[in-house]
Design a protein around this ligand. Structure first.
Ligand SMILES: [Fe+2]
Length: 504
């Protein structure tokens, strides 16, 4: 309610308050503009003739500033001409003084209905845009893509020439321009001619909940510099907030003389910004997750690598001490891997078998070299020492957490399928699969390589022996499969039947 006459202001305010309206009153146009810039009002009722800024000037300013409000003019002159002029300048309607309060109330109610309809239209448009943008944002977790979608929508909705998005750098707390986009029909503005944002000023404004929508020189307060080469026509900025914390801001600039942003567009952008903020947060969280995952898997690879080298180191230690078994562990490991693969085991299971093969005789470490390789028969005491190696293998690996799943091969590779093996006389399926596999691979390699007490047997003889002992010493199914796979392998192997170790 704008009138320089206090009596009229008071009477009207009182009446309207009784009718349930929320009313504020000021005495001239200048003060009215100030209030309108800060708060959203539905309707302005203004006197025409006032000191400072008149009713007609107020109408002009409202339209210049693109303030979204209906204006009803009161005129005491009673001339239709002035009323018509006011209507031309954008007034919604007019009342002639002296007026009846009911008349004003009726006019206000009609005005509010109009405003409501307009607001509904805006909401519908907002809902559609947001739906479109949300869909696009949801389909992408890549932050750059999300930002691109946000800025495209911003430019589409505001018809601005340039849009920029600043994000807070969580480390330094400063705001950094992450992306800049030009409207489809806009001429690109060189960086040197872009206004420089006064970030602190903008932050303070946002912190106080004040909207940022300014035109021409008025917008200068938000910049450290404005280029005269490309005069800024209109500027709107909205904060990106996540549960009250400002994570960035969205800025839109118009350099087109006919394009001034209005309050409706500002509101639209601020709704868009709230969606954008959560999309950005989601994709940041996602990025963090991806990064963490990468770090973890690198650490894991390191661990894995260390582990492989440890296993190889153990196997190496064993082979160093015994020239006859040199290469034995590696070949057993290879044969065992081949059989495991053929049995349809998973990659991880195969790899475990390969490692277990390398470690199967680790219990022989410390057994005297000359005893292991002496020609002729072992004494019963020597046999006892030798037969202890599966148990010793288990004892060596038992305290090492990452070697737990290699123990079965070392412990059980001398068990026999019929229960006549050692050290525990396990039989059939009671012998862990690792033990049954490595037992076959071990026997085949032992037969087909030179020993201190005999020369290597031919492949065919070794195969015959494996099949002969199937069901007694070896798991019959596994022995058959092994024979098939080793025959096949020898046919296809380029290097003379030498088995290449499955890469760990
Ligand atoms: Fe052994």
């Amino acid at each position: 309610m704008v009138d320089d006459e206090k009596v009229i202001r008071d009477i009207l305010c009182e009446f309207l308050a009784l009718e349930g309206f929320h009313v504020e009153s000021v005495e001239d146009g200048e003060k009215a503009i100030e209030r309108l810039k800060i708060r959203q009002f539905d309707i302005v009722i203004s006197d025409l003739k006032m000191p400072n800024v008149s009713g007609l000037e107020l109408l002009e300013r409202i339209s210049e500033e693109k303030i979204d409000v209906l204006t009803i003019i009161m005129t005491g002159f009673g001339t239709v001409e002035t009323a018509i002029e006011a209507m031309k300048k954008g007034a919604y309607d007019y009342v002639l003084k002296p007026f009846k309060v009911e008349e004003v109330v009726r006019l206000l109610r009609r005005g509010l209905d109009t405003q409501k309809l307009k607001a509904e239209n805006i909401r519908l448009r907002e809902a559609l845009t947001l739906y479109r943008v949300s869909e696009a944002m949801a389909s992408s977790l890549e932050i750059d893509q999300v930002l691109d979608v946000i800025l495209r929508a911003t430019l589409d909705e505001s018809e601005g020439d340039v849009a920029t998005l600043h994000l807070e750098d969580p480390q330094t707390g400063s705001y950094i321009e992450r992306i800049k986009l030009f409207g489809d029909d806009s001429e690109p503005v060189p960086d040197a001619h872009m206004p420089n944002l006064e970030i602190d000023r903008l932050r303070r404004q946002f912190a106080q909940g004040l909207p940022i929508l300014a035109h021409g020189r008025d917008a200068g307060q938000f910049f450290t510099s404005l280029s005269s080469k490309r005069p800024l026509i209109s500027y709107v900025a909205v904060p990106l907030q996540i549960s009250g914390r400002m994570i960035g801001m969205l800025n839109v600039f118009s350099f087109t003389t006919t394009k001034r942003f209005d309050e409706g567009e500002r509101k639209m952008l601020s709704v868009l910004a709230s969606r954008a903020a959560s999309a950005i947060e989601t994709s940041r969280l996602y990025d963090d997750l991806v990064e963490r995952n990468q770090e973890l898997s690198e650490a894991n690879e390191n661990l894995e690598d260390n582990y492989q080298k440890t296993v190889l180191g153990f196997a190496q230690a064993l082979e160093e001490s015994d020239r006859y078994t040199r290469g034995h562990s590696e070949r057993v490991s290879g044969y065992a891997g081949l059989l495991a693969e053929r049995l349809g085991m998973t990659k991880l299971e195969v790899r475990t078998i390969v490692q277990a093969g390398l470690m199967h005789d680790i219990g022989k470490i410390g057994i005297r070299y000359d005893m292991l390789n002496k020609p002729g028969r072992l004494t019963s005491a020597e046999i006892e020492v030798f037969r202890e190696h599966p148990n010793k293998g288990r004892r060596i690996m038992a305290p090492i957490p990452c070697m737990q799943n290699l123990i079965d091969a070392a412990w059980c590779h001398h068990e026999w399928f019929d229960g006549c093996g050692y050290p525990r006389n396990l039989a059939g399926d009671d012998i862990p699969i690792q033990g049954r596999i490595v037992s076959i691979a071990d026997a085949y390699d032992a037969m087909t390589s030179d020993r201190a007490y005999r020369k290597a047997l031919p492949h065919a003889v070794a195969i015959k022996e494996l099949l002969r002992c199937a069901g007694r010493q070896f798991d019959p199914e596994l022995a058959k499969t092994f024979v098939a796979v080793i025959e096949e392998f020898r046919k296809t192997a380029q290097n003379n039947g030498q088995y290449n170790l499955i890469p760990l």
